[in-house]
Design a protein around this ligand. Structure first.
Ligand code: AMP
Length: 418
């Protein structure tokens, strides 16, 4: 009978990889906490309306990529394609803003988008998501970016390249939109089908098109920087000045619009030399009108999402072994009495936090030693009938081959040498 395989675009994270995942997640928790963020855990299923309203109807995600279905109660629900909308829903639903509008939140978990699977692109992928709500101050934008870069470097990312832009606000963006529309007039037939449609739904999204033909056209088009109002210009300048305080290198990319509708003012992406530009590792930005659009008070916000699959792919492969905790001790036990003794000792050490392994298949010494080797155990304790009788056994260091005699009656005496 054939085995059942995973759904296309959905990937297992196997035991040899999870050490790396845990390491990255632990670093994130440590660093985000130091910057005052607290974890929030939100469901992976939400009402479809939340994303339609939060992300924007005329975005690729909402138009083509969401896993949306009716459940058995006929409710229209969606597997979350991103976390920001859910975090804000929770912030509003639980009135977190009532006690203090400022909330620094992070969440880690799977997201779902029905995109064409390819290298670095999955249908279930994981994001590490940070949202800072309640501050409009440009210093927060730079501080958030500082935290992000610090985190990326702390997990070994060699050369994170930061690109920033400002998308303006509802008072200056309309004139930019008009100017794009005017620019695209007469060029409709040279654009792809999607971009032709975007002209009437969301012309800024033409900047996001990955096709060379459209990219070439829009490269000649107007840039938002020329349309920013005084407030947005000052805000952007203040973000850049704060980045300079921390010595963070950046490039201004005036054509970066980002794929979600809710961004306003600061937007940013992080890429590395490793991947091509369309494969950013991190995307983020300010979304000052989103909380209001989702039915809440007029509270500003800014956040980012790190794509964990892509980040992990950037980390050197040969390091992955370092993330696997090998057992400290293997007890090679030969004979019924020795096995009985080993069984108790093994589980005694485990309860003391010492990772200990033994073999239950009654194999000979050679094959038990092989298993200890495969598990990369640092020390091996060898016990047979003779050791049980003399109450003494050899503790062998697997790297140096050095052996010391230890007493079986008092493991506490030598457990520190494991
Ligand atoms: P976004 O939420 O679209 O701004 O994406 C933020 C980050 O999530 C990207 O920079 C990627 O690293 C990651 N990401 C987005 N979509 C996918 C996907 N389909 N597969 C893997 N990673 C993804």
């Amino acid at each position: 009978m054939e085995i059942i395989t995973a759904v296309k675009g959905f990937k297992d994270i196997l035991p040899e990889e999870t050490g790396k995942w845990q390491y990255v997640e632990e670093q994130a928790r440590k660093i985000f906490t130091a910057f005052g963020c607290r974890e929030i855990r939100v469901p992976i299923l939400e009402k479809t309306d939340l994303f339609a309203r939060g992300i924007g109807e005329a975005t690729d995600i909402v138009e083509k990529e969401m896993y949306t279905f009716r459940d058995r109660g006929d409710d229209l629900i969606t597997l979350r394609p991103e976390a920001t909308a859910s975090v804000i829903r929770s912030y509003l639903e639980h009135h977190l803003y009532a006690a203090d509008p400022v909330a620094k939140l992070y969440t880690i978990g799977p997201m779902f988008r029905r995109e064409r699977p390819q290298k670095g692109r999955y249908r279930q992928f994981h994001q590490l998501d940070v949202e800072i709500l309640g501050y409009e101050d440009a210093r927060i934008d730079a501080e958030l970016i500082l935290m992000l870069i610090h985190f990326l470097k702390s997990v070994g990312l060699k050369s994170p390249q930061l690109e920033v832009n400002s998308l303006g606000c509802p008072s200056c963006r309309p004139s930019f939109r008009e100017s794009i529309l005017k620019f695209l007039q007469g060029k409709e037939n040279d654009l792809c089908d999607d971009c032709r449609r975007r002209i009437s739904t969301n012309p800024l999204r033409v900047f996001d098109c990955k096709l060379e033909g459209c990219k070439h056209i829009i490269a000649q088009g107007p840039v938002i920087q020329d349309f920013l109002c005084g407030g947005c210009r000052d805000h952007f300048a203040a973000v850049l000045a704060s980045l300079a305080i921390f010595g963070i290198d950046y490039a201004i990319n005036p054509r970066m619009v980002r794929g979600l509708d809710y961004y306003a003012r600061t937007t940013f992406e992080v890429t590395t030399d490793f991947l091509c530009a369309q494969n950013a590792i991190v995307g983020g930005g300010r979304y000052d009108g989103l909380i209001r659009d989702l039915g809440g008070p007029d509270i500003p916000g800014i956040g980012f999402a790190v794509g964990l699959e892509r980040l992990l792919a950037m980390m050197p492969a040969d390091q992955s072994e370092n993330f696997i905790e090998s057992p400290s001790l293997f007890i090679a036990a030969l004979g019924t009495e020795a096995q009985k003794f080993a069984y108790q000792l093994c589980n005694r050490f485990r309860r003391q936090g010492i990772q200990t392994e033994m073999d239950y298949t009654a194999k000979g010494l050679k094959s038990q030693m092989k298993r200890a080797d495969r598990l990369k155990c640092r020390k091996v304790l060898i016990i047979g009938d003779r050791e049980i009788e003399s109450r003494q056994a050899d503790l062998r260091d697997m790297q140096t081959g050095e052996q010391v005699k230890v007493t079986l009656d008092n493991p506490e005496e030598w457990k520190d040498r494991i």
